[in-house]
Write a protein that binds this ligand. Structure first.
Ligand code: F6P
Length: 557
């Protein structure tokens, strides 16, 4: 493994520093002076039409960013990832989510094994299971077909499936629904099961490691709920055998640790495997997506995977000067490291994508929230960005004020599709057109703003003019697609996966480990006895923690 290149020592970084220092952002002037700006800065990747022209870049900056990619070895790192090298060095693992969507005819030998037949054999098993549930062939212990699949998982074993399930609602088979239980807050399991019929409910316990406290606790709660309800209704007998038969019909699992699945009491025949070279936050296209495959069906799931693959190929084969994920990743570096933008908004103008920002938070922040490089040395510049967002137009009436007129620079990605799932009209208006008018208006307002003269010309009193000025030059990227199909959702996810990768390579970090989540987990286990009444354990805590736990103990009825 080659050492990470310090990006700040490259000639491209020196050039970018000079370009930044002399830059006078002027999107109005740049567009007025170059009629071809939009055309030359718009790129196609798969079905995604991506307009970068409202970013604070010119051709010199763009070419220096592409040089930066070359000088930090982005192509070599990308190729190493795609070839299955162990680029996740702190866990000594290959990083092969791209293999999950490779066509059956391809081949990829990793650590001596061709992983593609394995991927397709698990996919076949998932599809066969999905078909059985969908057709009613898979029945619960009392012989009724399944109406609700409940995914129990957290982090990557939840955020991807729930986001995609929500995004692809129009593709969900009528009469079949999914629920998602993730939080160890007992409210989650209680609320998500309270109106379910145990006889028609199937739980999918999704956990890469099958050791995650939240998931295993929730899975046990769900098992108790199932058995209590079935027994209470007289649907099954008392005793272990009846319980085993019920669990076999109402629980399946997805994990890399099939031995632990069996220990939990789920028949390994009802378990779908994956591999340690799939990171949790990169796993919705593995068997972790089983709840999605069941609800939208294998054919749609295959289209979803094909969408990922189209962007994988684009990332692998397109020169960086028109490689959309690479360019968007480099732009994020430009804003994070030169403009010191700490946050990045993602604003889908598609209600079905309402969980996309939350999904991206794990993808980007668990991947790139790192302070050392993959050789253990400290990073040399800011890393990571806080990703956040809400669907438009809701966000417009909440936080856009700060993006338009606040003191922080917040690069924002706007996402929209041309064809709505519900083409409703309000009188003479196509409502999707009203919606898209907002999408187009916001990026124009952010880019071009409103000058004091323009405000004054509207008759605004002088004292109020400053408050009504929009400075403009607020950078945005617009991403459009024909419609929110399974393929397009796969393409969007792969786009952001490779954006995240590109940034990680520039910063020289391991974007595939997540050690930062471990300490809190360990401490929670250590503190739990104190919460549960052990005074000796309480005495070992710091004074703030002690007083908080004492408050809890005093209040708890
Ligand atoms: O807490 C971090 C994490 O390890 C994530 O990376 C992962 O997606 C999540 O926990 C769930 O892990 P698992 O799928 O092993 O239950």
């Amino acid at each position: 493994m080659t050492e990470p290149v310090d990006p700040t020592t490259t000639p491209a970084w020196t050039r970018l520093t000079a370009l930044y220092e002399s830059l006078q952002p002027d999107l109005r002037g740049w567009f007025a002076g170059d009629q071809s700006r939009a055309k030359s800065l718009t790129f196609q990747a798969g079905d995604l039409y991506v307009d970068l022209s409202k970013n604070l870049i010119n051709s010199d900056i763009l070419s220096a960013l592409v040089d930066l990619a070359d000088q930090v070895g982005l192509a070599d790192r990308r190729d190493a990832m795609l070839a299955g090298e162990h680029i996740n060095v702190t866990e000594d693992r290959a990083v092969l989510h791209t293999a999950l969507r490779s066509p059956q005819r391809s081949s990829l030998v990793v650590d001596g094994v061709d992983v593609i037949p394995e991927v397709h054999s698990v996919l076949d098993k998932v599809y066969a299971f999905a078909n059985k549930v969908r057709s009613g062939e898979w029945v619960g212990v009392t012989g009724k077909p399944i109406a609700t699949v409940v995914n129990i998982g957290i982090g990557g074993s939840d955020l991807g499936p729930v986001m995609v399930y929500e995004a692809l609602q129009p593709y969900v088979k009528p009469g079949l629904k999914a629920r998602f239980i993730s939080n160890i807050d007992p409210t989650d399991v209680a609320e998500k099961t309270k109106d379910l019929d145990p006889e028609t409910t199937l739980f999918i316990v999704a956990s890469k490691t099958f050791t995650t406290l939240e998931t295993l606790t929730n899975a046990r709660l769900a098992r108790t709920w199932l058995l209590d309800r079935l027994r209470g209704a007289g649907a099954i007998e008392e005793g272990d055998e009846a319980a085993k038969a019920a669990v076999a019909k109402h629980f399946v699992a997805v994990s890399t640790a099939l031995d632990k699945v069996a220990e939990f009491g789920i028949d390994p025949d009802n378990a779908f495997g994956f591999w340690d070279w799939v990171g949790g936050r990169y796993s919705v296209d593995s068997a972790i997506g089983t709840s999605v495959a069941v609800t939208i069906g294998p054919e749609n799931f295959a289209d979803f995977l094909a969408g990922f693959h189209a962007i994988d190929r684009h990332f692998a084969e397109t020169e960086f000067s028109s490689n959309v994920p690479a360019l968007m990743g480099l732009l994020n570096v430009w804003y994070a490291n030169f403009f010191k933008a700490a946050t990045h908004a993602v604003l889908p103008y598609a209600q079905y994508l309402h969980r996309f920002p939350a999904y991206l938070q794990q993808l980007t922040m668990e991947s790139n929230g790192k302070r050392v490089r993959y050789d253990g040395s400290p990073v040399t510049t800011e890393t990571g960005e806080v990703f956040w967002g809400e669907p438009g137009t809701n966000g417009q009436h909440a936080f856009y004020q700060l993006i338009h007129q606040g003191t922080q620079k917040i690069p924002a990605d706007f996402i929209a599709v041309a064809n709505p799932a519900h083409p409703l009209v309000d009188g003479d208006n196509d409502v999707h057109e009203l919606f898209l008018a907002n999408f187009f208006a916001q990026t124009a307002a952010l880019a071009f703003g409103k000058t004091a003269d323009e405000v004054r010309a509207e008759g605004t009193p002088d004292a109020i003019v400053p408050a009504r000025v929009f400075p403009g030059n607020r950078p945005t990227t617009s991403i459009m697609a024909p419609a929110l199909t399974p393929s397009v959702v796969g393409q969007l996810i792969a786009l952001y996966e490779h954006i995240t990768f590109t940034e990680g390579v520039v910063w020289g970090i391991d974007s595939f480990d997540q050690w930062g989540v471990e300490l809190g987990k360990q401490l929670a286990l250590q503190i739990h006895p104190a919460v549960a009444g052990d005074d000796e354990a309480l005495g070992k805590q710091d004074s703030s923690t002690q007083s908080l736990i004492n408050y809890y103990r005093a209040q708890r009825k």
